[in-house]
Design a binder for this molecule. Structure first.
Ligand code: ZN
Length: 711
């Protein structure tokens, strides 16, 4: 590992954040800079892991100066910190706490909050007291892979000593909080010349009087561990491949993920807490790179699956143990389903036992977390990582990638050994984590995956926007894959990263539809809500209707809906957790218009198809409903392609100018309402959140048009 410090970078940081020559302001700017350097290195910290601090002076409103410590706020990722993410706390009152015999976590967090200089600051890191008790001006903390690969061994301390000599103090595992802060302060007082402290099974602290020294010591200590491990590993086999489990090409891998991911996603959904509620679903992130696949298919995987994470910090994201499925049968889908079902059931039973045993030792009652695995190792596919959101799944995947590499290395140089499960339980059920549970009210489509065909069009974008705002992960599928991706990026920019993806799909083509749904399984593991929305229009009286035009519309408006529902059903069946189909039909189905036969008839065919689907899919718990919307012309910047095609002709036949059409359509309904794509989105959210036991129904979204009343 190399230092990422550069004079240019430091100068830029000073120019950006220091705003003056004051030494304290300069040190805060450099603290931001080196915090970001640590955050930029995934070998050091991942997603909110690690923390940093600097001790400065602050001026009060009354003009007095007092010593303060700036510490990273909890939950903030180091790679993105700014000065405001390093809230200041009064240092002296925190240091006086060291005189206490004990201080529980809640009282400690309260002390931290009451010593903040700015009441609106984020909560300071729970490791704040550790930083405060150390005398040095700068303190840097990471969960470096190499340090953990060295400490997580039966003789971890000896290995660290061999790598780092007496440059560091080494402490055994102690749960973060007041006792750890005291133990570290005592160790450093005993050895005032050390450059840092290694915490076994946890990570590394380094310190110094200036930003660069503290950071570069950190990097040098990690580098020394990396070198020792590399030297020890030389000539040894990191992973022993097992025969015949991983001879797959890209197509075969995609076939496998489209099969295994929906099965697993269904198995990992938590049953509803109360009857009538939706199951708690999540998404899967797939790690299918050659390195992950080689690890999962190795002889070593089975033993390493029984050992815990690199650092207990990861337990919240990945659970203590992954699920390892020894010999998945990729040739026989039914057998694979049985294997996965049994493996998840066994994992859940083990987890329930682990909870019961460890919870019994606690004073306070605990809220049990979901018992399913978060990370599944599948020889022949790689790893599938589960989370309630795209972000949670991706964090679990990133941690998994580093965990596999470090576990393999640790095993090769010795024998990988994590903390015992009883210690990991303390972290998983830490009172500070338990306090966060149940605070946020879930949004109506939380954890659900929605696919909208015609996703790049005006109505598709409106539906995607509303579903994403309701907590769903939305795939915008469109014939124009680039437009779909572009629109998905725009939705994700507004609704949150990871809330939308774009997929190329031609609903007229069986292979393309299969590939599109396969891509969805690779992205998120399955599907809960299908919205067949792609549609075309054509204006011509029957007498002049060109057969090719009529066929073109039937291919998209009717057969395209059929293909999408057929492929979605395959996924619904694999998942076994129900689902919803909401067809965007048309007001035209009940109230056809003249010169619009190709459109009206193909929409009516889709409408009838959806009713048959309601009959056939009910046994799977899948509901099929329809939305009959009146004309929608645009959603934000996106104009309806359909109306751009037929608008001028429709206007002409009504004796109007095209720009008069929106008002014409508004004025003809009972409520004088302008119908928008978001209204269709609201209808989709209503059906998909299963607020009423309804299937086979049609909801008009048209402002009230008597001749289009469903009948
Ligand atoms: Zn830590």
């Amino acid at each position: 590992m190399k230092s990422r410090w550069s004079e240019d970078g430091a100068r830029d940081a000073l120019a950006r954040w220091a705003g003056g020559a004051d030494e304290d302001a300069r040190d805060l700017a450099l603290r931001v800079y080196t915090s970001r350097l640590i955050g930029a290195d995934p070998e050091l910290v991942l997603h909110g892991g690690g923390n940093t601090s600097v001790k400065l002076r602050a001026r009060t409103l009354l003009g007095e100066t007092l010593p303060v410590i700036h510490v990273k706020g909890s939950g903030v990722s180091l790679d993105a910190v700014g000065p405001r993410d390093l809230p200041a706390l009064e240092l002296e009152p925190l240091r006086r706490l060291r005189a206490l015999e004990e201080l529980d976590d809640e009282a400690m967090v309260n002390q931290l909050r009451t010593r903040l200089l700015d009441a609106s600051s984020p909560n300071p890191s729970v490791e704040t007291l550790l930083h405060a008790f150390l005398p040095q001006r700068f303190v840097d903390h990471s969960h470096a892979d190499a340090v953990l690969a060295a400490t997580n061994q039966p003789d971890g301390e000896a290995l660290v000593r061999e790598a780092l000599g007496d440059r560091v103090a080494v402490l055994p595992w102690i749960m973060p909080g007041f006792p750890l802060a005291k133990a570290v302060a005592e160790a450093v007082e005993k050895h005032p010349d050390v450059e840092g402290v290694v915490l076994v099974n946890h990570g590394l602290f380094s310190f110094g009087e200036d930003a660069r020294t503290s950071y570069e010591r950190h990097v040098a200590l990690v580098d020394a561990c990396e070198r020792l491990l590399a030297e020890r590993a030389r000539g040894r086999t990191l992973l022993t491949p097992r025969a015949a489990v991983d001879e797959s090409d890209a197509d075969e891998l995609h076939r496998r993920v489209a099969l295994a991911a929906p099965i697993l996603r269904g198995l990992l959904a938590e049953p509803p807490a109360q009857e009538g509620e939706l199951p708690a679903r999540g998404v899967l992130a797939w790690l299918g790179d050659p390195e992950t696949r080689a690890f999962c298919a190795s002889e070593e995987a089975a033993a390493l699956a029984r050992e815990g994470p690199l650092t207990p910090d990861h337990v919240i994201r990945t659970k203590a143990l992954p699920l390892f499925v020894a010999e998945p049968d990729w040739k026989d889908p039914e057998r694979l389903r049985g294997q996965l079902g049994q493996a998840v059931a066994d994992y859940r039973a083990d987890y329930d036992r682990y909870f019961a045993e460890n919870a019994a030792r606690q004073d306070a009652p605990l809220t049990k977390l979901a018992s399913g695995p978060r990370v599944v190792w599948l020889p022949g596919l790689g790893a599938l990582c589960f989370g309630a959101t795209d972000r949670a799944a991706r964090v679990a995947a990133d941690i998994t990638r580093h965990t596999l590499r470090a576990k393999a290395l640790a095993q090769a140089v010795g024998s990988y050994r994590a903390l015992p499960l009883s210690e990991l339980f303390e972290m998983e059920y830490w009172s500070l984590e338990q306090a966060k549970l149940g605070k946020a009210k879930p949004r109506p489509l939380e954890g659900q995956v929605v696919l909208v065909t015609g996703g790049a069009g005006a109505i598709g974008v409106g539906i995607a926007e509303v579903c994403a705002a309701a907590g769903a992960h939305v795939a915008l599928a469109d014939l124009d894959g680039d437009a779909a991706r572009e629109r998905a990026e725009a939705v994700a920019a507004r609704q949150g990263p990871g809330s939308a993806v774009g997929i190329a799909m031609d609903v007229r083509d069986e292979a393309s539809v299969r590939r599109g749904f396969g891509a969805l399984c690779a992205a998120w593991g399955g599907l809960d809500v299908l919205v067949p929305n792609a549609g075309l229009a054509h204006v011509a009286p029957i007498e002049e209707l060109d057969l090719e035009e009529a066929r073109r519309l039937a291919d998209v408006n009717y057969l395209g809906v059929l293909l999408a529902i057929r492929e979605a059903t395959r996924i619904f069946r694999l998942q076994g957790t129900g689902g919803n189909v909401v067809v965007n039909a048309s007001k035209n189905v009940f109230a056809p218009g003249r010169d619009f036969a190709a459109y009206s008839a193909s929409k009516a065919a889709a409408h009838q198809l959806a009713k048959v689907a309601a009959l056939e899919l009910a046994p799977l718990g899948v509901r099929v409903n329809q939305v009959n919307a009146d004309a929608i012309f645009a959603e934000g910047e996106v104009h309806s392609g359909l109306w751009e095609t037929v608008g001028p002709e429709r206007a002409r036949r009504r004796g109007l100018e095209p720009e008069e059409l929106p008002d014409f359509y508004r004025d003809r309904n009972l409520l004088k309402a302008r119908v928008s794509a978001r209204h269709v989105g609201n209808a989709v959210v209503f059906f998909a959140s299963e607020q009423t036991p309804t299937t086979g129904a049609t909801l008009p979204v048209d402002g009230g048009i008597p001749e289009a009343f469903p009948r």
